[in-house]
Design a protein around this ligand. Structure first.
Ligand SMILES: [Zn+2]
Ligand SMILES: [Zn+2]
Ligand SMILES: [Zn+2]
Length: 278
């Protein structure tokens, strides 16, 4: 019997999880890429502008240690599903954070919020990511529901149009909580069913990228161009929500005036309008 390998080995458009330094008998020591059935060596650019063939760092697929997942994927799954502060799982906290992170971005007056696809209404990137993650989780959920025995509660499915724009953070958190709860209840089936395991891979990839880009433990920081409504100094300090239902707090380091998110958003909007008309 051959040992099971990580499901990524059977996913053509996904990088296969490998054992670093271990090579297949067919390996010639170089990295290859196959596009339209044509396999070529991957070239690596050198600082002097020339290039050389990139070396293979390992091409033996990683063994699956839990169902169809390798140790790295199993660890990512555990991490995403572990309890976190005020949230049932880290994934729920992350989704709630992504849903809110945009307003924190706006509030700085730094114009960090970019628009999607030339849309007139700015869609913060964190929300686009929240929707991709929701879609990926939904796919896992639907696939799992098709193989899992009927549970105690019916699968709750995200609307096909994604998370409604006006959803409150609480709604988003509760929807994701239901999805991750279902996943936790049926985890052995999920990791042992190739179709479901295959869908977990992109969901975990988006989760990891989102964590790196919008860390949950955002540090308090001084806002750049925000004037205190009390003393007029540029001393407003932005404090992240401690829990996903908590509020952002903005406090003046000089006189202690406290403002809330709404005030900050109105302020930021005014600054933007002024700088545009100036
Ligand atoms: Zn190799
Ligand atoms: Zn893997
Ligand atoms: Zn002040």
């Amino acid at each position: 019997m051959t040992a099971r390998v990580c499901i990524t080995a059977t996913m053509p458009s996904t990088r296969t999880c490998i054992i670093p330094g271990e090579h297949l008998g067919t390996c010639d020591g170089y990295k290859h890429r196959t596009v339209d059935n044509v396999t070529t060596r991957v070239m690596r650019e050198l600082p002097d502008g020339s290039s050389e063939a990139a070396q293979c760092r390992g091409c033996t697929p990683a063994l699956a240690i839990r169902g169809h997942l390798c140790d790295s994927h199993a660890a990512k799954l555990d991490y995403a599903l572990r309890p976190f502060d005020g949230s049932p799982t880290l994934l729920v906290a992350l989704m709630a954070h992504l849903w809110e992170a945009d307003s924190a971005g706006i509030s700085d007056g730094n114009d960090r919020v970019s628009t999607a696809y030339g849309s007139r209404v700015p869609i913060p990137e964190s929300r686009i990511t929240a929707n991709s993650l929701a879609d990926a989780l939904n796919a896992v959920h639907l696939s799992l529901a098709s193989v899992a025995p009927a549970g105690m509660y019916p699968p709750r499915v995200m609307p096909s149009t994604g998370l409604p724009v006006h959803s409150s953070t609480r709604d988003v958190a509760e929807t994701v909580h239901a999805l991750t709860g279902y996943l936790l209840d049926h985890e052995p089936i999920a990791v042992n069913t190739p179709d479901v395991a295959e869908l977990l891979v992109p969901a975990l990839a988006i989760t990891g990228q989102a964590f790196r880009r919008w860390p949950l433990n955002e540090e308090p920081h001084r806002t750049k161009h925000v004037r205190c409504p009390g003393c007029g100094h540029l001393a407003m300090t932005w404090n992240p929500p401690l829990y996903y239902r908590d509020e952002v707090r903005v406090e003046c380091a000089d006189c202690g005036t406290i403002a809330d998110q709404t005030w900050l958003e109105v302020y930021a909007a005014t600054v933007r309008v002024n700088s545009r008309t100036a």
